[in-house]
Design a protein around this ligand. Sequence first.
Ligand SMILES: O=c1ccn([C@@H]2O[C@H](COP(=O)(O)O)[C@@H](O)[C@H]2O)c(=O)[nH]1
Length: 314
Amino acid sequence: MSMDRLLENIMRKQNPTVAGLDPKLSFIPGHIKEKCFEEHGKNLEGAAAALLEFNKGLIDALCDVVPAVKPQAAYYEQYGWQGMRALAETIAYAKSKGLFVIVDGKRNDIGATMEAYAAAHLGTTDVEGETFEAFGADALTVNGYLGSDGIEPLLKVCSAHDKAIFVLAKTSNPSSGELQDQMLHAMYEPVYRAMGNMCQQWGLKLPGKYGYSGVGAVVGATYPKQLKEMRKALPNTFFLVPGYGAQGGAADDVAPGFDKHGCGAIVNSSRGIMCAWQKEGCDPKDYAGAARREAVRMRDEIMARLGGISLPAT
Ligand SMILES: O=c1ccn([C@@H]2O[C@H](COP(=O)(O)O)[C@@H](O)[C@H]2O)c(=O)[nH]1
């Protein structure tokens, strides 16, 4: 099961973190942009080429440190189909380097449309009887607020193709509480807890050998109290934890998301890693080296808090 593969990657690298690949032109060093614009023009094609070259440099520098990468689809969509091609090529390149790829698309719709999203990102697409993999990620972030019929098609595709999903439960942004913290009076619990319980239920269809199902939940590093509460309440739900670094989350904030084996969560940093070269003020040509230094620092900071990671007995 796909979440097992993520856990095994985390265990092998002793690193429960994921590097976000959310590129935009202002994050990319001048020498890459100049070369790509010269070759392809100062247009969407040139921008997409720069995104891909930037990402490949990051992936080469990070692939022996982090277990996974998380490209956020919006950063590619803004550069049109050329950007989406760069997303597909980024996914393929990361997978060729042994990385687990979580596409952050936050997709959801009615069941019929969700079948198309599931095929696009996790499964295969049929063309007159022949099947093709469109984007081929290992996992996709989704929005569960349309309910079970929006999630069922994903569960089928995850089961058939060994993939996983992460469902938004308690997001990291400042206004997430406007709806997600509202109490559901019939259930005596807030909306984010109800969504967590739904993840736990959906996960029964995708059991994993280490106790964590193929249905994970997104819980922000910026809400450590809720992380702790969710970890206790949802023993079979693996967490994707964004909000570390640029959004203010730190090692102490993410620690409550882990179980007693140092397992149960993976912490994302996007701008913190991608833009480390700007923060360090180093030679832009060393942008990938700066990203690696930040990824190692982040790993060491979180691992010092956890002690070690072992896989729960099967
Ligand atoms: O609750 C959420 C869900 C997703 N995200 C995404 O994670 C990264 C965070 O980027 P940073 O640069 O490390 O802040 C980004 O792709 C978000 O879209 C989130 O932040 N919070």
